[in-house]
Write a protein that binds this ligand. Sequence first.
Ligand code: AMO
Length: 442
Amino acid sequence: MVKTLAALPDGPVTVSGWVETVRDQKKVQFVILRDESGAVQLVNPATREVEEGADAAASARLATTEAISALAHGSFITVTGELKHDERVKLGGLEVKIASLDVVTEANPETPIAADSSLDKRMDWRFLDLRHPKQALIFRIQTTFLHALRGVWVEKGLIEIQTPKLMASASESRAELFEVEYFEGKAYLAQSPQFFKQMAQAAGFGGVFEVGPAFRADPSFTSRHATEFTSIDTEISWINSHEDVMALHEELMVAGFTAVVERHGAEIAELFGIELQVPSRPFPRIPLAEAKQIVADRGYVIPRADDDMDPEGERQISAYVKETFGHDFVFLTDYAASIRPFYHMRHEGDASLTNSYDLIYNGVEISTGAQREHRIDVLVEQARDKGMDPEELEFYLDFFRYGVPPHGGFGMGLARVLMLMLGESSIRETTYLFRGPTRLLP
Ligand code: AMO
């Protein structure tokens, strides 16, 4: 349970927490004790020796002094004493004069990580790394953000689903597929809930959401890729185009950012040095072809032969949007069919373009969304177009053979949103336990 140190009244208290620092002076000892709600300064007038035959109280004071001198950073202790609110005390203005002290669990005296340890080393010792208030704040923000999104979904009557993570087929590109032994056969780890969230539209649910794990066998070591990540997914029926999906997407982001700014704005400013702003609606929208032209005009030509934005292109278009519209978000729309999955609906009258978008935030893609193709004959054709065997997709294609409304949705990487919101350099910082090509521990 989360306690609040600051809310304790003056007077006798018992407090528990981790030893952050010990200042062992000749006449007085100071300990900074921290729990999940903050810090308190413990003070103990030192008793360095007692005369032979001294009373039990004097011996106890000596024992407490010696215990404090021997305290290792990170030990978990419980202290009883007198609490006093005193503004002069740094780190929260709380001081407890120690009456008794109990070392509940002692920490090894050598701390394996320090403030300047490498990210990799910190990840090896993630539980110690997470003790820093800045790290814990990331996950408080995540809690607030997701809670606000859920508020919007629930208010609108969407249904929460949990889709299976063991699948018989790929749900995105076959290139990034984890294969696992499954009794006598094979199974695949879900790359996204794509097919199952669409199934809910065929089932007549109207609208669904899921916050759950997604797996990608991506061997890259970038700051934005993990082999397992938390995906925020939603899918809604009765849409006219991807515009309706973008409108919901904006509403969710505004709700999430509003809650985070209201609840954590001051702490974010203090610990991350960022004045987080709630984005204004509508977010700017730029068709991809136009965005590429803008980026080229700024002197950056996307080197890849295909039609996608690359990371530098994303940074450039974000810089342009910030300069031109003062906005941190931009929807890039109307991606070429050649670089989109078979299930994206194509433009009426121009099959080379799709009713789709990516949401870019502070220079990085955080989301992909689209209207889906719901006409079975067109869908089968588009699958064939992508070199896929419709027979392998029978279970999915069946959804479209018994009546399905026009629908669409998006998937968004949770750790990427937090990374960009807090100006962090990698999703390793904003993932509770990161998984990458060479990391399966802890
Ligand atoms: P996409 O493959 O673009 O689309 O993924 C959606 C979002 O998920 C996040 N993401 C990742 N995050 C960390 N590590 C990865 N390896 C990784 N891969 C993707 C990104 C990305 O924008 N089914 C579609 C979505 C939809 O159309 O509804 C999909 O999965 O933030």
